[in-house]
Ligand binder design. Sequence first.
Ligand SMILES: Cc1ncc(COP(=O)(O)O)c(C=O)c1O
Length: 365
Amino acid sequence: MNEFIPPAKPLIGDEERAAVDRVMRSGMLAQGPEVKAFEEEFSAHFELGRPCVAVNSGTSGQHLGLLSSGVKAGDEVIVPSFTFAATCNSVALTGATPVFADIDADDFCISPAAIEANITDKTVGIMPVHLYGHPAKMDQIMAIADKHGLQVYEDAAQAHGASLNGTPVGAFGTFAMFSLYPTKNMTSGEGGMVSIADPEIERLMRLYRNQGMEKQYHNEVVGFNTRMTDIHAAIGREQLKKVGAWTKTRQENATFFSANLEGVTTPPVADGAVHVYHQYTVRVPEGRDGFAAALKEQYNIGSGMFYPVPNHQLKPFVGDTADVDLPETMKAAAECLSLPVHPSLSQGDRERIVEAVNALAKAGA
Ligand SMILES: Cc1ncc(COP(=O)(O)O)c(C=O)c1O
């Protein structure tokens, strides 16, 4: 059988290894100059035009971002249900309630109309997710937020470098979080980077990250230890030099798939949107699970389902949401199938993926 094509493949080179070695030899392992440099370089690289704060995971970044923005028990934050649980966990961890809104069929992202329908007098913010690397409808979402006086917290975990009408994701909201988990478009091992519009929210975020201290042993708030280490930052700095070329390859892979796949629904790209293809997600209208199993068993090709169980049906949230009706979310959860699109694919891999998917679609697998 042909070699296995994995659904994701982190790329770590000699440059990352040398950078880690440099930090190890320096003796300064915890948060220090590498983290500071990574924060500045990340903001500059993605042209965010605002400062960034690095933390130990994307989830910590969202949680601290929400706390720093003043989100608290009794508040409501509108979120998509069709996302990774971290989006909703971060809201719930503040004591606020995640309120689940449906997605749009065209981009798998939260629907502006569904946001409007879910606004109550407890709503303080909206957390759109730029799912799979496609920007959410930020022009409409920012207009809704302005109209109702709401904050916007971008979940850009999967969308490093994506943009809408020339504005990069991460430059729209009150804050935005980018995940640096190994399978993301770039990594620091584990980690998260948060871009922040308001200097006071940025200051609070830095306090919460470090036990509430700006000046050592003069703690101002009850804080956490969610610092990024210099070891992780050094990896991230090297990855920043490579992520642009990797994104271009992801986009070329996606273009090849969209031109050649038959019998599945390929992912559309909205006018004005730059999609960075963290995932290349097709819809298999019937029998998605069998399709994925056959792809693996017959063709040795991995795939992913992001996400088969929407958050409003997950145990921590199901009690609050018994009457939630999210038809597009349910449809996407049943149909979505993410094919390998990572930059390590060879032309032979791309052709194998197309042949396998087309054959299975034709056979009605
Ligand atoms: C949409 C989304 N939100 C949040 C997260 C959380 O990021 P992390 O795994 O870095 O905590 C992830 C990634 O895992 C994600 O895909």
